[in-house]
Write a protein that binds this ligand. Structure first.
Ligand code: ZN
Ligand code: FE
Ligand code: FE
Length: 263
C-alpha cells in the first residue's frame, strides 16, 4: 500500500494549492491514502511566519474534512506536524490534544534560536563543527521521543538539508536516537523532500534506515509536499530503498493507532 502522510496547506503561509488539489494529485499517482500534516500552532514568538495561528487551527481541521467530501474516492487522514522545541512541551501537548488526529509527526527545525533548515540562515553552518551540530540535533531527537507526544519522527536527518555532512561516521549518534524512537513506540518517516533540496537525498540516509531496520523501528512515507505536484514525489526511490534494506511493511495510522500494511 502506498500512502503519503506528509503534506501542507496554505494555512502555514509557505505552501500553495488547495487541499483538494493535493488529494487529486494523489489519486492521479495511484496513492491509496494521504494525510495532511500542516505545521501546528506554536507559542506566539516561535516561527510565526511559517505556520497557522492558533485562531486558524479549527479552520485547518475543517479544511481537511471538506477535502474528504470533495474527493470521496481517497482515504484522507488528519495529521499534524508539530515541532519539538525544549520549553514548548506544555503548549504543544495541549494543541495536539484538541482534535482527534490520526497521527502526529514530531519534527525538529531549530537548534536553540537557529532555524537550521531556513535557507536564509544557512551561513550559520559555517560557524560550527558539523559533527557537533549533528550531535545536538540527535540529542533533541532523543528528547522528542521521550516526550511520548508524537507518533512519527519527521524527516529524521533534516540537519543535512544543505549538504553539510560530517566526515566521520555518525552511527554513535543514530543508534541512541533510533533506540529512543523504538522505545517510545514511534515510527520513523521516510521523507522524500530531501531529494528536492541541496543534499539531494531522501531523509533519512540509507545508513539510518539500515540501523532503524536492525532496531525494529517501523516506517511511514511522506513527500512533505508544499505544492500539489510534489505529492508522492520520489516514492519509487523511497520504496526501493526500504525494500532493499529489508522492510516489507509500513505503518498506517487511524486515531493514533498504528497498523502494519504491506509495502
Ligand atoms: Zn513547511
Ligand atoms: Fe518539517
Ligand atoms: Fe513538513
Amino acid at each position: 500500500m502506498i500512502l503519503d502522510y506528509h503534506m501542507h496547506t496554505p494555512l502555514c503561509r509557505h505552501a500553495v494549492g488547495a487541499p483538494e488539489e493535493y488529494a487529486r494529485r494523489a489519486v492521479e499517482r495511484g496513492i491509496e491514502e494521504i494525510g495532511f500534516s500542516d505545521h501546528s500552532p506554536m507559542p506566539a514568538t516561535y516561527d510565526p511566519e511559517y505556520r497557522m495561528r492558533i485562531d486558524e487551527y479549527a479552520e485547518y481541521v475543517e479544511m481537511v474534512s471538506r477535502c474528504r467530501t470533495a474527493v470521496p474516492g481517497l482515504s484522507i487522514k488528519l495529521g499534524l506536524e508539530a515541532d519539538y522545541h525544549p520549553g514548548t512541551d506544555a503548549f504543544v501537548r495541549e494543541v495536539i490534544g484538541r482534535y482527534a488526529f490520526d497521527y502526529v509527526i514530531g519534527s525538529v527545525h531549530y537548534l536553540g534560536s537557529w532555524g537550521f533548515d531556513n535557507p536564509d540562515l544557512v551561513h550559520f553552518y559555517e560557524q560550527k563543527d558539523v559533527y557537533e551540530l549533528y550531535r545536538e540535533y540527535y540529542g533533541l531527537i532523543v528528547k522528542l521521543a521521550e516526550t511520548r507526544m508524537y507518533d512519527i519522527v519527521g524527516h529524521p536527518d533534516v540537519i543535512k538539508k544543505f549538504g553539510h555532512r560530517p566526515a566521520e561516521s555518525i552511527d554513535d549518534l543514530l543508534r541512541p536516537a533510533l533506540a529512543a524512537v523504538r522505545k517510545a513506540g514511534m515510527a520513523m518517516e521516510i521523507n522524500t523532500s530531501g531529494l528536492r533540496r541541496p543534499c539531494k537525498e531522501i531523509y533519512p540516509s540509507r545508513r539510518m534506515v539500515e540501523i532503524a531496520f536492525e532496531l525494529g523501528v517501523p516506517v511511514t512515507l511522506g513527500s512533505d509536499a508544499h505544492r500539489p505536484h510534489e505529492v508522492g514525489e520520489g516514492f519509487d526511490e523511497a520504496a526501493g530503498m526500504l525494500r532493499s534494506v529489508g522492510y516489507t511493511s509500513i505503518l498506517r495510522f487511524t486515531r493514533r493507532r498504528a497498523e502494519a500494511v504491506p509495502l
